[in-house]
Design a protein around this ligand. Structure first.
Ligand code: COA
Length: 179
């Protein structure tokens, strides 16, 4: 099995748009995720969009978009600063189980930290995302609009970075557009 050592992880370039669309259409049952990423890109809501490249071919993609928090009560002290949502994450079947997604997530979280983001949420498998340090967001009084339960997770990028206090975390409006 090939190991993901010869991978390049980099921010998407304008020229990558069509290849990312095609990769997402391959990885998911419908075109919804491809349309979502395109809509986020058009809206300027893709501060981090990483591709994994090997031998000139795209073998993975990871997007981050801004999230907002609507607090249960206004004026809670200790403003947490900007956060991001991690989605979607995709690696084509023939390139899976080589650590490519792991490399994308690690690089993405590091870049988010460098850019000054303080927290990241994800809706995904706790077994998978737990290895990066994600924890159940409910433990911090955070909830999502999709009823994600334990799948809705959060990680701090800076000490104390996770918002404190009950709040609904909302993703960009483009997520609603693609259902
Ligand atoms: C989820 C997804 C992105 C994972 O991609 P991936 O590159 O295979 O992920 P990784 O290689 O980092 O990890 C996957 C598994 O392979 C294992 N693995 C990593 N490197 C490995 C290696 N060299 N040899 C064997 N196994 C390896 C990991 O431990 C992990 O195992 P586990 O989760 O079964 O315990 C991919 O399956 C996918 O695109 N799925 C469809 C889209 C999707 O559902 N996306 C997530 C929601 S947006």
């Amino acid at each position: 099995m090939s190991i993901a050592t010869d991978l390049v992880i980099r921010q998407e370039q304008r020229v990558d748009g069509a290849a990312i669309t095609s990769l997402l259409e391959t990885c998911f049952p419908t075109a919804a995720e491809a349309q979502l990423v395109e809509a986020l890109r058009q809206a300027g809501h893709l501060p981090i969009s990483l591709v994994a490249e090997r031998d000139g071919q795209l073998v993975g993609h990871l997007a981050f978009s801004p999230v907002d928090i609507e607090r249960a009560s206004a004026g809670i002290p200790g403003e947490s600063g900007p956060g991001l949502g991690l989605a979607p994450l995709a690696v084509p079947t023939e390139h899976r189980r080589q650590g490519i997604a792991t490399r994308l997530v690690e690089a993405g979280l590091e870049q988010a930290r460098r850019l000054g983001y303080r927290w990241v949420v994800v809706l995904g498998e706790p077994d998978y995302y737990g290895r990066f340090g994600f924890q159940a967001a409910s433990a911090f009084g955070l909830r999502d609009a999709y009823g994600g339960g334990d799948a809705f997770q959060v990680i701090a990028l800076q000490p104390g970075g996770i918002p404190q206090g009950s709040g609904l975390v909302s993703f960009c409006p483009e997520f609603a557009l693609v259902g």
